[in-house]
Write a protein that binds this ligand. Structure first.
Ligand code: NCD
Length: 305
């Protein structure tokens, strides 16, 4: 039995296979409509979510399976003091696979120690978000045609943004990747990513503050929200929340093929006037998220179609 805690839980070859399966599902969803008949997915969400939870549920429903779960810690027995370990032992009796989001880094890993069903990390604190990364990889591969030889701008809250941490971990394994890390000084990527991942693997990157100066050289711009819930005080959040606003004017400095991605939810960091720009791919990204989660569920449940 396999769990997914980090994007590195898959080798590059396994990732390719998974993305091929997701692309096959996109082409012919009807073929997979009953692949998970009789199977149950549990979504255990101790933190707010719209896309990730509903996209997991949509994925399971489109495979013919059923879903159950909770969408906040307050509506589960966590509010009575139940541990993650006890909850997961129980859920193992109700479901065949589960996706867990938790505000504490490492909570899904704790769950894997006692779970008798596959556990998928659907976001743990400011740490990792592997299924968003699968979504991002599918989006990039589908719209750019490759995952290598790309100059990728990551912009916004690189300190607390778990989607950025997971994406960097996944992309450094492809050749010719170069990162432009665009953030205010206080929201730069954590040392454990800079030193243990980028420096350790000899990946090319630069850290800058001004988006305008670098946008013209990017193949892809990955915008992120300032992660309010991870700040220690509201004043810092208020000061930094509108540091970047991608608008038409900034888009006019970008190349004609530069893609704009965002894991969503968006707050102010992308102006709505950019939505109609053909380079804006963040709503397409949402659709890819369903196909890739369908592929992931099939892979972890070892269902062959
Ligand atoms: C992201 C997350 O939860 O980390 N959202 C998502 O899953 N699509 C990004 C965010 O909340 O800013």
């Amino acid at each position: 039995m396999r769990h997914v805690i980090s994007p590195l839980d898959f080798s590059v070859e396994e990732l390719d296979k998974l993305l091929d399966l997701a692309a096959g599902i996109e082409k012919n969803p009807a073929k997979y409509a009953h692949a998970c008949d009789g199977k149950v997915l549990a979504t255990l969400f101790y933190e707010p979510s719209t896309r990730t939870r509903l996209s997991f549920e949509s994925a399971m429903i489109h495979l013919g399976g059923q879903v159950l779960g909770f969408s906040s810690a307050a509506s589960s027995s966590a509010a009575k003091g139940e541990s993650v370990s006890d909850t997961i032992r129980m859920i193992s009796c109700y479901a065949d696979i589960c996706a867990m989001r938790h505000p504490k880094e490492g909570a899904p890993t704790v769950a894997t120690a006692v779970s008798s069903i596959p556990v998928i990390n659907a976001g743990d604190g400011g740490h990792q978000h592997p299924t968003q990364t699968l979504t991002d990889l599918m989006t990039i591969r589908s719209l750019k045609g490759r995952l290598d030889h790309l100059t990728i701008g990551l912009c916004g809250d690189l300190k607390f943004g778990r989607t950025v941490h997971s994406l960097i971990n996944a992309l450094v394994r492809y050749s010719g990747i170069s990162f432009v890390l665009i953030s205010p000084e206080e929201l730069r990527i954590p040392d454990y990513i800079r030193e243990d991942v980028l420096d350790a693997k000899g990946v090319s990157y630069q850290e800058v503050e001004r988006l305008e100066d670098v946008i013209g050289g990017l193949d892809l711009l990955y915008m992120t929200r300032v992660q309010r819930e991870r700040f220690f005080n509201e004043e810092d959040y208020v000061r930094l929340k509108d540091f970047y606003i991608l608008d038409k004017k900034k888009m006019s400095l970008a190349g004609k093929d530069m893609l704009v991605l965002h894991p969503l939810p968006r707050v102010n960091e992308i102006s709505v006037e950019v939505d109609s720009d053909p380079r804006a791919a963040y709503f397409k990204q949402v659709q890819y998220g369903v196909y890739v989660r369908m592929a992931l569920i099939l892979t972890l449940l070892e269902v062959e179609v």
